[in-house]
Ligand binder design. Structure first.
Ligand SMILES: Nc1ncnc2c1ncn2[C@@H]1O[C@H](COP(=O)(O)OP(=O)(O)OP(=O)(O)O)[C@@H](O)[C@H]1O
Length: 239
């Protein structure tokens, strides 16, 4: 479904992503892990059209999307969340989710329907009339996912949506993503530091370090890889 091939991106001489390649198949849940500053969000930004790669190719469903604008990538079927969640505070939960629901349509009812489905899928329906400003951090994170889901993506990019959650809250979100994948066939690529979630969710994991993919495999394989232990998991930086 997604094929990232030898993609690079530098910022004034700093090579944030260096010839990185990865692929996500239809129906998979794949995790991208690595230390702070490894280039994970930059790689997401390249896929999602927020930035243009200096080199390399990014194909989605067989079509080249490298260098396309964010709205074009979204229209092609890739939804994303942002690490810093900033809902429209005065709008309700439903209205915030509807912002995603208007992708490719100006029909208010259609947007409401998509947003409602997204909120139900994340067990947030009961909160629909609350102002977003009143939400707790975990609920703001879920709302960010709901907004992305309401765009009805084929591929969902999740950027650290479980950071700051308690273990029980993490488990609830993991269960919600499992349901989404199983019932709605959504494919997920997630950046995550919470290894509890990675181990429970991901079928395959890529490890990024200094912009390079240094390991890939099942969660069990990568967590036993000496390079991964040295650069990341052994550092005590993960939960
Ligand atoms: N727009 C930008 N301009 C300049 N440098 C940037 C920009 N975005 C990212 N960087 C730099 O690129 C490197 C990779 O950053 P990135 O945010 O992609 O890492 P990350 O793996 O997502 O980290 P974290 O886990 O902390 O979110 C860092 O050194 C960062 O400072």
């Amino acid at each position: 479904m997604l094929e990232v091939a030898e993609v690079s991106k530098s910022f004034r001489g700093l090579r944030a992503v260096s010839e990185a390649s990865l692929e996500v198949r239809q129906g998979e849940i794949v995790a991208l892990i690595g230390p702070n500053g490894a280039g994970k969000t930059t790689l997401f930004n390249l896929v999602a059209g927020a930035m243009k790669p200096d080199a390399g190719s990014i194909r989605f469903l067989g079509a080249e999307i490298a260098g396309k604008r964010a709205d074009q990538v979204c229209d092609a079927g890739i939804g994303r969340t942002f690490q810093l969640v900033k809902p429209f505070a005065d709008m309700t939960v439903l209205e915030n989710a509807m912002v995603g629901g208007f992708r490719g349509t100006a029909d208010r009812e259609q947007a409401r329907e998509r947003a409602s489905l997204a909120l139900q899928g994340l067990d947030m329906w009961a909160l629909r009339n609350r102002p977003a400003a009143s939400l707790t951090l975990p609920d703001r994170k879920r709302l960010e996912v709901a907004r992305a889901l309401a765009t009805q993506p084929k591929l969902l990019l999740l950027d650290e949506v479980m950071a700051g959650l308690r273990p029980t809250e993490t488990d609830q979100m993991v269960a919600a993503f499992r349901r989404l994948a199983e019932r709605h066939g959504i494919t997920i690529l997630l950046i995550e530091h919470v290894m509890r979630a990675v181990m429970a969710l991901a079928q395959r994991v890529y490890v990024l370090h200094h912009g390079e993919i240094i390991a890939q495999g099942t969660p069990q394989q990568v967590t036993q890889d000496p390079r991964v232990l040295e650069s990341y998991l052994g550092t005590g930086a993960v939960h």
